[in-house]
Ligand binder design. Structure first.
Ligand code: SF4
Ligand code: SF4
Length: 115
C-alpha cells in the first residue's frame, strides 16, 4: 500500500529528496505526474486520477508535506523499506489504509512511472 503523511508532520523536508518517485510534495505546492518520472501525455493513475502528466495538480494538503498515492510505490523496486518513513524524525509516514496494494501492483506502478 502507499504511504501517507499524517498531520503530525513538522515540515522538516527530510523525506522529500529521499523519494525515488518524487511522490512527496511540500504543503500547498502543486504536483505533477511528470515530476521525477518518465510519464508524459495523458495519464490515468491507479486511483482513477487522470491528467496530462505535465499539468499542475491541486495540492493534497495545504498545511504539511503530502504524498501522491499514484506515485508512491512504497519504494518497491528501489529500496527495501519506505525511505520517507526511514528518515522521518517524528514517524508520521505511515501505511495508507485507503490505498492498499499488493507488492505485484506496487512493482507494476513502478514500471508505469519509470519506463
Ligand atoms: S514510500 Fe518511498 S515511494 Fe512512497 S512516498 Fe515514501 S519515499 Fe516515496
Ligand atoms: S520527514 Fe516527516 S516531519 Fe519531515 S517533512 Fe517529511 S513527513 Fe514531515
Amino acid at each position: 500500500m502507499a504511504i501517507k503523511i499524517t498531520d503530525e508532520c513538522i515540515n522538516c523536508g527530510a523525506c522529500e529528496p529521499e523519494c525515488p518517485n518524487n511522490a512527496i510534495y511540500e504543503g500547498a505546492m502543486d504536483w505533477r505526474f511528470s515530476d521525477g518520472t518518465d510519464l508524459n501525455g495523458y495519464v490515468v493513475g491507479r486511483n482513477g486520477h487522470s491528467a496530462d502528466a505535465e499539468d499542475p495538480q491541486e495540492p493534497i494538503s495545504d498545511e504539511v508535506y503530502y504524498i501522491v498515492a499514484d506515485k508512491c510505490t512504497e519504494c518497491k523496486g528501489f529500496h527495501d523499506e519506505p525511505q520517507c518513513a526511514a528518515v522521518c524524525p517524528v514517524d508520521c509516514c505511515i501505511p495508507d489504509e485507503n490505498n492498499e496494494e499488493t507488492e505485484e501492483e506496487l512493482l507494476e506502478k513502478k514500471e508505469m512511472l519509470h519506463l
